[in-house]
Ligand binder design. Sequence first.
Ligand code: AMP
Length: 292
Amino acid sequence: MSEPAPQPAPSGGPRLVHTPDELRAALARAGRTALVPTMGALHEGHRSLMRLAREQADTVVVSVFVNPLQFGPNEDFDRYPRTLETDIVACAEEGVDVVFAPTVNTMYPTEQMVTVRAGSMGERFEGAFRPGFFDGVLTVVGKLLHLVGPDVAVFGRKDAQQLAVVRRMVADLNMPVEIIGAPTLRDPDGLATASRNVYLSAEERVSALFLSRALEAGRRVAADGPDAVRAAAGAVLEEAAEATPPVEVDYLALVDPDTFADVTSGHRGEAVLAVAARVGRTRLIDNVSVDL
Ligand code: AMP
């Protein structure tokens, strides 16, 4: 007997599926497919990825899964915002076809013994501050790509190092999918939208604005070369360290967008100026592309 044709939810919204079998049934007659992997708590940044995916494909799948493998023991896995009901509304408004929201047990029914290693690229910057983070990200992204089998997958440039390691995994492991990097969406005051922004108090949010300000200061002097860019952004972050509450910088880096290697003083061409910092208990990352 053939599978029943996937039906949209009665509301006309996306079809909500929780298991690989349900996902397979929902995608049985899918044409060109785009996947947007997320951890939920969907905001405007995620929605811009969905819109890009919508332009690329007949069938748009959004995965919502808070992946325990990419959280360190002292990180916020337990308190990470989980808002599936409103996430589904957001997906409906963006014309998403399928929402795949598996449980941890569904994704990891047994210990995940075989994992993807990000290699040296995943041990720098974010990887240095969050050991194992990129291995966890790549392992779940690899699983999602296999489960959905999309033609394209959309990732935000907001997580520039993640985008770079995902591209590298797809190339190194010959995965048959095109990876698309979407521009960073910002609130009108410049703060990059992020699920973790809900943790910020009003005062912390004001301090958090130093991140985008520092990156802009760096970008403005791109014509003067890498050292000038690092110095200009660094000066703003020194001021940020004195703010109340203070911005505690983990790293500021000017790197090659593909390899995440530091660019040398004489470098010309495109680079990524990336910053990570803590404001109160909240860790924030941001970056801009800089044309040197
Ligand atoms: P997350 O749910 O935080 O894992 O993010 C899911 C996807 O959304 C990732 O590809 C992120 O890079 C992307 N994303 C998160 N915030 C933004 C933003 N402000 N602009 C564009 N993409 C974003």
